[in-house]
Ligand binder design. Structure first.
Ligand SMILES: [Ca+2]
Ligand SMILES: [Ca+2]
Ligand SMILES: [Ca+2]
Length: 505
């Protein structure tokens, strides 16, 4: 009886997966020979596009809408050459869509404070004038600035806006800096990939800490700039990828395009995250990241509307892992997966397993709650935040805390699935066009942990990812707000992190 019910359930789930008759799919072939691809080509309608994801025989298949009546994803999945078929699940900037949905239900100011610059919230919340106002200075495709020349970072001392960064005091990293700066700022070549909406790589407080791909930097044999010569100088499959790649627009300029204001758009999310990972410290400008001299690799796969796809997330993570990043900071979530289907979004899970195989730490936002903006338990929810809640060990899932050690009202938690808390309410950081401002979210907590991991790993380069994760969690300071709500029961503390393991042996 039970077996029969289970069987029916399984059938329903596999049918449901394709119920929308999705024309945007990720297909895993059993082989990757020419004949396998040819076989796939013959299985999909004429006019379909097939693009390799350069990973475990995965390909991205798009079937033209007007040919969908001749196509069945379910039938495709049964073909002998095909191992697995799944939708190319949509991916969102953590917050954006939820915020749109909240708009009708919550006081506008409350919503605004979750994700919009504070000064903008004040304008909106001030009332009187209709709907949300787009922020000034929207940037559009085509506005991507050229790469800056190599920036020499002056060591002139304090960062003038440091007092706005309550979180840096809270995690006791500033104490580490002051000890550290006696000997001058330690330069680190450790690479953190910010996989997001892009980064304003020209920002005055970020440009000096941007990763520069050594294979695309400098002059080629003809005396031309390798980053603009139109040649894939390092043969990594990407032309002129000096600072990363834009997988959404498929070009070499992963610039953070702003658009649409707080409701549904990107307020400069990736640039804000990058600032907390590693805005240049001690340069007399702006703020400081947790890691003051890290290398930030910019990988853009979320558009200015805050939207992306699983296929582009996979390509982004693969790029980070294959091009030298040790840590990825992931403030985004995938949507539409069925938690009762253990193979849901197998392609993304496989990619994160690859990150683990290569020892690249995957720091992820625990998620910003339900449609009403209330945080929930990722352990028990029917819609846990992904990828933060996948069971890959390499994932460090981060909840958001406020200045008084409370869990942000929007922040998800999970005794099994969330690892620790970090500053995520009213977090001050960099915005595009040399601007700065505060926003809130588990998106903002995540880069604090990524930056802390970078500091620790820079100091202890021989540690494995297992040891780095253990150090992060073991050194977390217990707080009541996270008791039985995170695997560490605590919050990030850089001072004890940097001291971790020093007393023993
Ligand atoms: Ca290249
Ligand atoms: Ca080139
Ligand atoms: Ca600075």
């Amino acid at each position: 009886m039970n077996k029969i019910i289970l069987g029916i359930c399984a059938l329903l789930i596999s049918t449901m997966t394709f119920a929308a008759n999705n024309n945007d799919l990720i297909v895993q072939l059993k082989g990757n020979s020419f004949s396998d691809l040819l076989a796939l080509k013959n299985m999909v309608p004429e006019g379909s596009t097939i693009k390799s994801l350069n990973f475990k025989n995965y390909v991205h298949v798009t079937v033209p809408e007007n040919r969908m009546h001749t196509f069945s994803a379910g039938v495709l999945s049964q073909q002998p050459e095909v191992n697995y078929v799944q939708p190319n699940y949509k991916i969102k900037l953590v917050n954006t869509v939820e915020a749109q949905e909240q708009e009708a239900m919550n006081p506008i100011k409350d919503i605004c404070e979750i994700f919009a610059p504070k000064e903008l919230c004040d304008i909106i919340g001030g009332g009187g004038g209709g709907g949300p106002t787009p922020p000034p200075g929207d940037t559009k495709p085509g506005d991507n600035p050229d790469f800056p020349a190599v920036v020499v970072n002056p060591n002139v001392g304090s960062d003038p806006m440091i007092d706005q960064q309550w979180g840096m005091n809270d995690i006791e990293v500033s104490e580490f800096w002051s000890e550290n700066t006696k000997e001058g700022t330690v330069e680190s070549d450790l690479i953190v990939a910010v996989i997001d909406t892009g980064v304003d790589y020209t920002h005055e407080d970020l440009a000096g800490n941007m990763w520069r791909n050594p294979g695309e930097d400098g002059l080629d044999e003809n005396g031309n700039d390798k980053s603009t010569n139109g040649i894939d100088d390092d043969g990594n499959g990407y032309i002129d990828d000096l600072m990363g790649w834009d997988f959404a627009r498929k070009d070499n300029k992963p610039f953070d395009l702003k658009s649409g204001g707080p409701f549904g758009g990107n307020p400069g999310h990736g640039t804000h995250c990058a600032g907390n990972v590693g805005a240049r410290g001690g340069n007399g400008i702006g703020i400081s990241g947790v890691a003051q001299s890290v290398k930030i690799m910019a990988l853009r796969f979320l558009t200015e509307d805050g939207q992306g796809t699983t296929a582009d997330a996979i390509l982004s993570i693969k790029y980070a892992v294959d091009n030298g990043a040790k840590i990825t900071s992931n403030s985004w979530g995938s949507a539409g997966e069925n938690p009762s289907d253990p193979s849901g979004n197998k392609a993304l899970r496989d990619m994160i397993a690859y990150s683990q195989e290569k020892g690249v730490l995957f720091v992820a936002a625990a998620g910003n709650g339900d449609r009403a903006g209330r945080g929930y338990d990722n352990d028990t929810s029917r819609t846990p935040a992904y990828p933060a809640s996948y069971d890959n060990d390499i994932i460090v899932s981060v909840a958001a805390l406020d200045e008084r050690d409370n869990l942000g009202s929007f922040s998800n938690w999970g005794a099994q699935t969330v690892d620790l808390g970090a500053p995520g309410v009213n977090v001050y950081s960099t915005f595009p066009a040399n601007k700065y401002g505060s926003i809130s979210g588990t998106s903002m907590a995540t880069p604090h942990v990524a930056g802390a991991a970078a500091l620790y790993w820079s100091k202890n380069p021989d540690k494995t990812w297992v040891e780095v994760k253990e150090a992060l969690l073991s050194s977390a300071v217990p707080i009541s707000a996270l008791t039985n709500k995170a695997t560490s029961n605590g919050k990030l503390n850089v001072k004890s992190l940097m001291a971790f393991g020093e007393a023993s042996e």
